[in-house]
Write a protein that binds this ligand. Sequence first.
Ligand SMILES: [Cu+2]
Length: 427
Amino acid sequence: MKTSIMKTLAKCVTARAARIWAFGLVAAIAATTLPAATPASAHGERSQQAFLRMRTLNWYDVKWSKTELNVNDEMELTGRVHVFSGWPQAVAKPEIAFLNVGEPGPILIRKSSWIGDVPAPRSFSLETGKDYSYKLILKARRTGRYHIHVQINVEGGGPIVGPGQWVNIKGDMATFTNPVTLLDGSTIDLETYGITWSMTYHFLWMAAAAVWILYWFMTKGIIARYWLVKIGKADKLISANERKFGAIWLAASMLAVILGYAWANSAFPRTLPMQAGLLKGIQAIDEGTPTVAIRYGGGTYKVPGRELTFKIKVHNSGTEPMRVGEFTTAGLRFLNPDVYTSKPDFPDYLLADRGLSVNDPAPIAAGESKDLVVTVQDARFDIERLSDLAYDTDSQFGGVLMFFSPTGKRQVIEVGGPLIPKFQAAL
Ligand SMILES: [Cu+2]
């Protein structure tokens, strides 16, 4: 009886192991073949949760001034960012944030960065619900083809990347220079400045540390010391000679630090500390009170159709009729072809140029209130892994809607709220 139970158990275990193995094989094949079917992603930007990318920073008007550069050429990365009002509870608010460029290593170096008209080489605070403009001046350093993003690092929230563009850098990295004029008027090349000396003192300290460790290993070693403690002779652990050696070593280290400090002070009398402060109260974009107001009336997300549908009540208190032209979220742009007659210059993998439609295409007249159903539908929604919002604990989306007047005036209005995910196409 017992043996037959054991045999049955063994069979079950073997069958289970075989199933796991087969599943693993299929998963491995899928993992190695499927990525080839979609465009290569450079930084794992799609791996960030959908709610985080949709409901934190909404990037728009992003422009790369060049996509073809030679080493030493400069380019500008500019745009605007809306800080979403319904910032997720799970992510720290952007009270300490830093404007950066998302790239694989120092491909393009950051010559300067700006939030509005304010230079921002340090951290700053952003307020939710507001829009900011930014500018990065970048200089090409390493040759190759790279995916370049704007990025804001948020303390407690991590890096939040904007849309990426492929940039080609030609030439020879050996010719790269990074000249900087110092406060005393002299010019140095930051690419090579002080390299020999920094290498030397790092290696000197590493050598000193190695000698220190070796000395203690050579005198008794870890096991002998462990046994001394075990047999109650911990007081014999360090001999008088070892104490002397320790004191000399400490004195020599202190002396090296003091002398090094004194030398650096006399060689460079005028220095500024690292600019690590926090910039508060930076100016948000002020384009007056918007004349379009919307009220969110609920929505659905159909997972099989990659279709996001939401209801809004729009009130236009302006003097011109307005039309919904674009919905932007997580760097993805869904355009209404009735409003955008030509394709804007933007990375194609993020541009769904026919991705937005409205149930009533007539403009919202001045003074009119209207109920609209906006549909956003494109495979890019799924490729960029925004469909994952259907599996979130709170299933909320976010983004900005852009309204356009016949004279080309634009209003950028935040939209977002809870969604009901639907997993069957027929529903
Ligand atoms: Cu990328």
